[in-house]
Design a protein around this ligand. Sequence first.
Ligand code: TPP
Length: 558
Amino acid sequence: MSELLTGAQIICRTLVDAGVEVMFGYPGGAIMPFYDALHGHAGLRHILVRHEQAAAHAADGYARARNRVGVCVATSGPGATNLVTGLATAHMDGSPVLAITGQVGRPMLGRDAFQETDVVGVTLPVTKHNVLVRDIEDLADDVREAMAIAMEGRPGPVLVDVPKDVQNQKAEYRSRTEPLRRQRDPGPDAPDDATVLEVARLIAEAKRPLLMIGRGVIMSGAYAEVRELAERTGTPVITTLLGISAFPQAHDLHLGMPGMHGEVHINKAIQAADLIVGIGMRFDDRVTGNTATFAPRAKIVHIDVNPAAIGLNVPVAVGIVGDARRVLERLLSIVTARDCLPWREEIEGLKHDREELFAGGLSPEVILSALADVTGGRCTIVSDVGQHQMWVAQRYPFQRPNTHITSGGLGAMGFAVPAAMGVRLARPDEPVWAISGDGGFQMNMAEMATMVQEGIEVKLAVFNNGYLGMVRQWQQFFHGGRYSNTPILSPDYVKLADAYGIPGWRVTKASDVTDALRQANSAPGPALVELVIEQEANVFPMIVPGGSLSEPLEAAPV
Ligand SMILES: Cc1ncc(C[n+]2csc(CCOP(=O)(O)OP(=O)(O)O)c2C)c(N)n1
């Protein structure tokens, strides 16, 4: 079946046919034909954000929560360049985002036209694939192909740049009847039997094995398989920052987060382990510390869908390229049962009570346990970047899969508020809390207007310590306590929320936390809670940047 449509209508139809329901964007000159076509498309909901960065983060949040492509739209030049941080965030964390950008008309390309930026050039290193559509006949397939690439293998962002005259041109729209032009990546070959047998043998022989799991487990939905492997072999499980909620926090075999802000006994266990099976994670430097001293006694088995990740940061004894679930299914067909009890007892013995170094007042501990009580664990938490992000990762009792979403690889402040909008649209039936610091919140707080205009029920928690806290902590520890440009003024958040028509609460005392969080959680629509925490609270333990996991700081260096 074919019909004559404009390029702009072709984009809309292609998106509808691909099952897209919602997109986040901001109009402008070079993308106006697309916005005009969108006007008549009831099936496509468009969320008008207040900054294109928010559109990219929101599409990313949506993608992570639904495991499908999230879509953002921007005009050429400044609109497109404003997407870059969001695309880089999605690229680092393997999130499938499609960006559609308007471009100046083809006759103007390369002439420094008004709002012309070579966005394909700019986004080359932060996308999996990008394309400038020069021929209307390619448009529909270019969009389809980009969406397929976004999802296959290790997911990631893609960008389709469409000149304005191509959006206005007419062509026949063909629903996809033939296969995509490009051969789809068939994905990695199944691991050979000998390799899987070797891994099973290493697991059977290890005295001190650990499973270390990342977001790849969430993306492949390998929850049951990881759990089965852990339980059948009695192997303790470590979840990286992006692996949090891939394994129930309260499970006996769950240890917690490793690395820079990992608990001491977890990092010590890594240093004592004789086998580490890394699944869907990439041995990032915040996990390993100094790689020369990382896990000195361990053989490393690395299972990841991205061949480039294997052996990139740490030498591996066995590498398997593949989807976590499929590889684990194979492994489970031959892994023998054991319990690793002496090793688990040894790790238990490494635990020691850590004195909390909060000077009283409102501690993150109190806030996060109150939030867990109030939500009954039935919520998704989207955290921003900084101290509060680490407190959430260390302390919130995540029990359900994929309920913790954060910018891990890029560490982009400003992520939480817009990403939470995307998560909420993907999960309309459960509370979504964005937890930010006073710095990161101020980066994208204008999105409160988007929430109100579009009726997106995000709950906002702002940890206000009056500082860019994580940087202040580093200044305290490593820069002689010189707080250079880290004290940060905040507006009156409750008044600000009120200005947007959002109810707000300011909490300064531990005794008021539960009540405020409960009211915000049950208020209809968006709500904000400002939590005035101790100004110079620090995140412990800490491995100094580039240091060894064996040498944690448990108090500020003097
Ligand atoms: C876009 C961006 N700019 C700068 C940084 C560097 N940075 C990392 S944490 C941090 C401080 C965050 O402060 P705040 O949002 O108040 O959170 P807190 O650490 O106090 O919890 C900064 C500036 C970053 N990660 N992202």
